[in-house]
Every structure is written in C-alpha cells, then in structure tokens.
Design a binder for this molecule. Structure first.
Ligand code: DGL
Length: 257
C-alpha cells in the first residue's frame, strides 16, 4: 500500500506514527508545506488554492492508494474541492467532537485547534450534530503549532509558553469543569507530555490519530502490502529530522510549488 500524508509541517507525523503501528509495511510519501506554515491564520480561499496546488504537484506521479490530509485546518475546508479534482480516496482529519461528547462525564469539552479550525462552519456543524448536551469551549491558538515546530527542531520551549496557550481550555464554571480536551490540530499530540505536565488539572486528551489510521486501513482494503519505503518532501525548511529519523524516514527533499 502506498500513501501520501500531507500537513503544513511536522503535525502529520502524529498520524503517520499511528498508521505505522498497524501497517509498518506502508510506503509513505510525507509532504510538508513548510514554505507556507502555519496554516492556522490563512484566509480560506488562499488555503484552498494552496493545498490544491501542492496536491497538483505531487499526486499525479505518486499512484497513491489514499491521500491523508493530516491537518485539521486544511481538512475542515479543502476535502470537497480535492475530491472533485482527484480520483484517489482522501482521508481527512477533523475535530474529534463525537467521541469527546460520548465520553465526557462533566459535559464540559474544549476543542484546542488553530484559529482557522475553530472558525469553520464544519467544526460548528460537528458540534451541533454530535456535541450532545455538552458545553464546548472553542480555543484557537495562533502560536501552539509553531511552539511544537520549534521544540521538535531542538529549541527549548518553556513550560509557561505551553501553559499560556492551553489555559483557555480549562473552564471551571463553579458547577462543573472541563474534563475532556480535543486535540484538533495534528501538531499537538506530538507534545502531549508537555501539555499534560502544565495542565491545571487532569483531563482526557482526545487524539484522533488511531481513528484516522483505522479509516486508512478501511479505504485501502485490497491494496497489496508495501515495502516500507519512506520519502519526505518539503516546500520550505525540512521538518524535524529527529522525529523523521525515529519514524524511519530519510532526509527531506525539496518540493517546488
Ligand atoms: N497541523 C495542522 C492542523 O492539524 C495545523 C498547523 C498550522 O497552523 O499550520 O490543523
């Protein structure tokens, strides 16, 4: 099986990590649009044009069995245009509102994402349809994905920086307090240990990667085994070599878009 996995930066590697647990044989081409990172504050039409341009540059030659848009900021917007343009099955990454509402005991859930993701109609509709009786706090951080990139590039990111970004997720309204935080940006699970350490109280953190990996298995049913080949392409600076190496990827090559 051959997959394209795409994100604006390193975030999609949280999804790759999970796919490799069940399919270590998968051939994976990882594409990071680091020239335009972060996506979080981009205007919707700019983001759609950009993701379509990147897919135009990589998909036709790849003969992928599926393309994973491992980015909530993009998936909540660009899946319809991508599906209209390419025949390959797309698997998206969208906020895990449904499992969060199903498991919250206090009925107080926060969605931690980029500003773009929390603004989307897609996210609001998910909450309306699957949020049940939970009260949701939508927390859009412009900085958190950048902090993750910096940490994974070897910079020292202080606890206080993480604490400030996640603080609005922790709501105590006197009667009940948040017990579930949806990690609605694929960058965030990569630093979950840091987020846990600075959280004002313990919560369940929902990482959608295992569900995405299961979906990938379903849509690629029938594709033969892969050879475990890996490649990385980046439109700008290469994503974290340490993390890539840990997941068995070689050095990144440049992708001109
Ligand atoms: N990893 C991306 C996501 O899941 C976003 C990071 C960015 O702002 O580019 O939303």
């Amino acid at each position: 099986m051959r997959l394209l996995v795409f994100d604006s930066g390193v975030g999609g590697l949280s999804v790759v990590r999970e796919i490799l647990r069940s399919r270590p044989d998968a051939d994976i081409a990882y594409v990071a649009d680091t020239a335009v990172f972060p996506y979080g504050d981009l205007a919707p039409d700019v983001l759609v044009d950009r993701v379509v341009a990147v897919m135009d540059a990589v998909l036709p030659d790849l003969r992928a069995d599926a393309a994973v848009i491992a980015c909530n900021t993009a998936s909540t917007l660009v899946l319809p245009p991508l599906r209209a343009r390419f025949a390959v099955p797309f698997v998206g990454t969208v906020p895990a509102v449904k499992p969060a509402a199903a498991s919250s005991r206090t009925r107080r859930v926060s969605v931690l994402a980029t500003p773009g993701t929390v603004k989307r109609d897609y996210t609001r509709d998910l909450i309306r349809e699957h949020g049940q009786d939970c009260r949701f706090a939508l927390v859009g951080s412009s900085l958190l994905a950048t902090l993750v990139e910096r940490q994974l590039a070897g910079e020292d990111v202080p606890d206080a920086a993480y604490a400030a970004e996640i603080a609005p997720c922790f709501v105590d309204d006197g009667g009940a307090r948040t017990d579930t935080v949806v990690l609605a940006c694929t960058h965030f699970p990569l630093v979950l240990d840091r987020l846990r350490a600075v959280a004002p109280w313990a919560v369940d953190w929902i990482d959608p990667a295992p569900a995405i990996a299961r979906r990938v298995t379903t849509v690629t049913e029938g594709a033969g085994a892969g050879d475990g080949r890996r490649a990385v392409m980046a439109t700008g600076r290469p994503p974290s070599p340490v993390l890539l190496e840990r997941l068995g990827f070689p050095a990144a090559s440049m992708l001109a878009v």
